[in-house]
Design a protein around this ligand. Structure first.
Ligand code: B12
Ligand code: SF4
Length: 312
């Protein structure tokens, strides 16, 4: 008879996930230690929410008390489109081109959880897509989905690093993955060398303060720091430089999830049009888009920085 673990894996692929692994819901002792170090060094910059309840980030039982297993999924988000190299446009990072991944993953994970409950009436679980403080990358690595690249994103052999990660913490014991994928970065340092702001301070470690992605998405200041403005390289929202240069991304393949196809003007956005947005037109344009995280003020701040920088 097929095991529940096997059925969960089959169903996950049927729902459209690209990779799945199941691991025991243990505390992340080693990875948690690295998180502590990262926070102590202030690499989280102004993201104070990362400091909150650090123990919860390391221990799934503190998020879901009956935690026995963690089902970890990866969803490929690569769509074959290219940025326009024009000073009138600002580049948007690939992850934000289509619909907000939180909504897409949550919907699929809900379907998976309902399926599990339909087979085992005693089963219950908690869906996590940034909604609960889980260390997504650490779980993906434990579940054998990929390895931590030197740019600090998880890389898979099949899809490169263009994957989103999500989990379901479950109250049922399952069969667990026993093997992890070995680090296949080797001696390559392309991501470290290409980062224009030297934000990858050591292999596997990103200092958010220097990262264009952090500054253009998470930083709430009314102006971007000078070193970021001068090195934006055309990025309006997020940054993909360290992943674009990664040799493993030659294995990128188009996703089957049509909601990740770019919305109009979302690959290379017209800077003048961004600056002309009102709160109403902004809300309508970016409804259910990951790009709303930076809010209208943040997006216009980035567009202004690009316009000033472009004129230099
Ligand atoms: C905070 C955050 C950010 C921050 C910090 C990024 C970072 N490097 O952690 C900022 C705003 C900069 C950011 C940017 C991006 N993010 Co982000 N982010 C997160 C978030 C919410 C938490 C990550 C976290 O806890 N970081 C803290 C550090 C300590 O955690 P960590 O990297 O997992 O820690 C490991 C390593 O640092 C390593 N380590 C630490 N020190 C040392 C020392 C040595 C010697 C070694 C060997 C290892 C090592 O070990 C740790 C344990 O495994 C996650 C979602 C989540 N809930 O996990 C998404 C997440 C990591 N982001 C994601 C994405 C897509 C991005 C961007 C690509 C978006 C973009 N295009 O602009 C960029 C990538 C920038 C980059 N090079 O990392 C995806 C990554 C998917 C993937 N393939 O891995 C995630 C997982 C969201 C998701 N659910 O899919 N992000
Ligand atoms: S996202 Fe951009 S700024 Fe951040 S580490 Fe990668 S290359 Fe550097």
């Amino acid at each position: 008879m097929e095991s529940l673990s096997h059925k969960i894996k089959q169903k996950a692929i049927e729902i459209g996930f690209d990779k799945i692994g199941i691991v025991r819901a243990e505390s992340l002792i080693e990875e948690g230690g690295k998180l502590d170090e990262w926070l102590e060094k202030g690499f989280h910059a102004s993201m104070k929410w990362l400091e909150r309840e650090p123990e919860k980030r390391k221990n799934p039982a503190m998020i879901f008390p009956d935690a026995k297993s963690v089902v970890v999924v990866a969803l490929n988000y690569f769509t074959p489109h290219k940025h326009e190299e024009s000073s009138a446009k600002g580049k948007v990072s690939r992850y934000a081109w289509g619909d907000d991944y939180h909504d897409v993953l949550k919907e699929k994970l809900r379907e998976l959880l309902s399926f599990i409950k339909s087979i085992d009436a005693a089963a219950d679980g908690k869906i996590c897509v940034d909604t609960a403080p889980m260390m997504d990358k650490a779980w993906a690595i434990r579940a054998g989905l990929g390895w931590l690249g030197k740019h600090s994103n998880v890389i898979t052999k099949e899809f490169g690093s263009w994957i989103f990660i999500g989990e379901i913490i479950l109250n049922v014991e399952l069969e667990y993955e026993t093997e992890t994928i070995a680090d296949a970065c080797g001696t390559c340092t392309k991501c470290l060398d290409a980062c224009p702001t030297s934000a990858i301070v050591a292999p596997y470690v990103v200092d958010s303060k220097a990262c264009i992605s952090y500054a253009t998405i998470e930083l709430r200041d009314s102006e971007l720091p000078g070193e970021i403005t001068e090195n934006l390289n055309g990025w309006l929202y997020g940054c993909d430089i360290c992943q674009d240069v990664c040799p493993w991304n030659r294995f990128e393949k188009p996703t089957t999830e049509t909601r990740f196809e770019p919305r109009p003007d979302n690959v290379s956005s017209d800077l003048t049009a961004i600056l002309a947005l009102s709160p109403e037109t902004y809300a309508a344009k970016f409804r259910r888009s990951a790009m709303k995280r930076t809010k209208l003020g943040g997006l216009q701040r980035n567009a202004k920085a690009l316009k000033i920088n472009g004129k230099k």
